[in-house]
Design a binder for this molecule. Structure first.
Ligand code: 6PG
Length: 247
C-alpha cells in the first residue's frame, strides 16, 4: 500500500491543513452516521493543531455533541500530571469546547497497568456496541498518529512484538526522550481497523527515518510505524518541508 504524502511549508499551514481535514471528516461522518470518533496522539507535533481546533474559527464548525475523543496511547501518570497525553489535550482543546464529558474516553492512567488496559478495552467495547454494532472495538473514523525519530508510533516501540493475537491494547514500558516510560497503547490491530489514519511528522531530525519508512522495505518489527496499514488503505503522512527533505 502506498500512503498519500502531503507536504506543508510550515507549522501554521500544517495545522490548518489538518484542522480542515478534521472539520470536513467530522461533518461528513456526523451527517452519515450521527457520530465522529477521533483518536488523538500525544507529543509536540499535534499541539498546534489542537490549539487551532480550539479557536472559534474551527470549533464552531464541528458539532462537538456528536464527537467522541479517544487516545492512541497515554503515559501511566495521573491525568492531572505533566506527561499525561490526556492533560495535554484537555488544556489545549477539550477545556475550550462544548463537548460532553461522556464523549471523552480517556485512558484511566491512574490505575495500575493491567487494570488500565482492561478498563480501556471495556470502554472501546462499550462505544463500539453503542455506535457500530461491533463488539470488541470500534472502527475509528479518524486516527492521528505521530512518529518518533526511532520509528515508533503511539507507544509501539522498535523491537516490540507484532499484535498477531489482536490484543488491541497493551501496557508497555519503553524509554524515549525524557518521557514517562510506563504506557498504555492501542496496537496496530485497532489502528488498522480505522477508516482514515493521518501520521503527523515534522522536523529535520526525523528526515532520515521518514525517508526509510516511506522508501525502504517493510521491517515492521523494527519500525512500528510500518505496522500502520489500514484495511481502508486511507493512510496519509502529513509532513513539513524540513522532515521531507530526503524524500
Ligand atoms: C506519545 C506519542 C508518541 C509521539 C511521538 C512523536 O505519547 O509521546 O503518542 O508516539 O507521537 O513520540 O512525538 P513528537 O510529536 O513530540 O515528536
Amino acid at each position: 500500500m502506498n500512503p498519500t504524502i502531503i507536504i506543508q511549508p510550515d507549522q501554521q499551514s500544517f495545522a490548518k491543513y489538518m484542522a480542515e481535514i478534521i472539520v470536513t471528516a467530522a461533518s461528513a461522518d456526523i451527517e452519515q452516521n450521527g457520530v465522529f470518533s477521533l483518536v488523538l496522539s500525544g507529543g509536540g507535533t499535534p499541539q498546534p493543531l489542537y490549539e487551532l481546533l480550539a479557536t472559534s474559527d474551527y470549533a464552531k464548525r464541528i458539532d462537538w455533541e456528536r464527537v467522541h475523543l479517544f487516545w492512541g496511547d497515554d503515559r501511566l501518570v495521573p491525568p492531572t500530571e505533566d506527561g499525561s497525553n490526556y492533560k495535554q489535550v484537555k488544556e489545549a482543546l477539550i477545556d475550550h469546547l462544548p463537548i460532553p464529558a461522556e464523549n471523552v474516553w480517556r485512558m484511566k492512567t491512574e490505575l495500575e497497568m493491567s487494570a488500565a488496559v482492561d478498563d480501556y478495552l471495556a470502554s472501546l467495547a462499550t462505544f463500539a456496541t453503542e455506535h457500530q454494532a461491533c463488539k470488541q472495538w470500534p472502527s475509528f473514523d479518524l486516527v492521528l498518529l505521530g512518529m518518533g525519530s526511532d520509528g515508533h508510533t503511539a507507544s509501539l516501540f522498535p523491537g516490540s512484538a507484532l499484535d498477531s493475537q489482536r490484543d488491541g491494547v497493551w501496557g508497555v514500558s519503553a524509554e524515549y526522550e525524557d518521557r514517562p516510560a510506563q504506557r498504555i497503547t492501542l496496537t496496530e490491530s485497532i489502528f488498522n481497523d480505522a477508516k482514515r489514519i493521518f501520521v503527523l511528522v515534522t522536523g529535520e531530525k526525523k528526515a532520515a527515518m521518514i525517508a526509510t519508512v516511506i522508501n525502504e522495505t517493510q521491517q515492521p518489527q523494527k519500525l512500528p510505524i510500518q505496522r500502520i496499514r489500514p484495511k481502508s488503505e486511507h493512510l496519509t503522512f502529513v509532513l513539513d518541508e524540513a522532515v521531507a527533505k530526503l524524500l
